[in-house]
Design a protein around this ligand. Structure first.
Ligand code: ATP
Length: 234
């Protein structure tokens, strides 16, 4: 479904991604793990078209994304949940969800999808009129995920959904990610919490200073000594 080939991304003189190649197959949960500054967010932003590779290419269902503008990438079926949630703080929960569907026209279908998001995240239904800026961190994560689902993505890019959340909420969010995947959405998950990410993923890539240093099935990586030492606390 998604193929990255030898992707190089720079911020000015900083060479942030140094020839990344990876793929995500339809139906999978794939995780990209790595420590701070490894290039995880940069990878997602490059896939969603917010950054452009200087070299290399990215294909989604066979379509070269090189010159496709970000909003068109959303309508092709890729939706990103950014790091730090980035909900529209002065708008209500419902308005945030409606904005997630801004490229779509069919009102009744949009309404149905809002109901689906509420059934996935009952907490959002309880808070539908509340300003997003006053939600808790976990609720904002739910809203950011719900908003991303409103474009009916084939592939959802999740940037560190566990960040800043209590362990019990992290568990809840990860089980919802599995549920989203079961209903047919492919997931590319970026995480520092390697343990949680590997527990739900099919396959994983390990990123270190802009390079993929390891890849394999989630089980293989979980039992790899290198990964255990560097990312799973021994
Ligand atoms: P974290 O888990 O801390 O978010 P990350 O793996 O997502 O880390 P990136 O945010 O992708 O890492 O950053 C990769 C590298 O690119 C880092 O060295 C970072 O300092 C650099 N970088 C990121 N954004 C910019 C920017 N806007 N300008 C210059 N350098 C940047």
């Amino acid at each position: 479904m998604l193929v990255l080939q030898d992707v190089n991304v720079y911020y000015g003189a900083i060479h942030a991604l140094k020839g990344i190649s990876m793929e995500v197959n339809e139906g999978e949960i794939v995780t990209l793990i790595g420590s701070n500054g490894a290039g995880k967010s940069t990878s997602l932003k490059t896939i969603s078209g917010l950054l452009r590779p200087k070299e290399g290419n990215i294909k989604f269902n066979g379509i070269d994304l090189a010159h496709v503008p970000p909003q068109k990438i959303v309508s092709l079926g890729i939706s990103q949940v950014p790091e730090g949630r980035r909900v529209f703080t002065n708008m209500s929960v419902l308005e945030n969800l409606e904005l997630g569907a801004y490229l779509r026209k069919e009102k009744s279908e949009i309404k149905k999808d809002i109901e689906k998001v509420y059934s996935l995240f009952p907490r959002l239904l309880e808070r539908k009129g509340q300003l997003a800026g006053t939600l808790s961190g976990g609720e904002q994560q739910m809203l950011a995920m719900g908003r991303a689902l409103m474009s009916r993505p084939k592939l959802v890019l999740l940037d560190e959904p566990s960040m800043g959340l209590a362990p019990i909420l992290v568990k809840q969010i990860f089980s919802i990610i599995q549920e989203i995947n079961k209903t047919g959405t492919t997931v590319l998950l970026v995480e520092q919490n390697a343990h949680m990410a590997l527990s739900i993923a099919d396959r994983a890539y390990v990123l270190e200073t802009g390079k993929i240093v390891l890849s394999g099935s989630a089980n293989e990586l979980e039992s790899s000594e290198e990964v255990r030492k560097a990312y799973l606390g021994g």
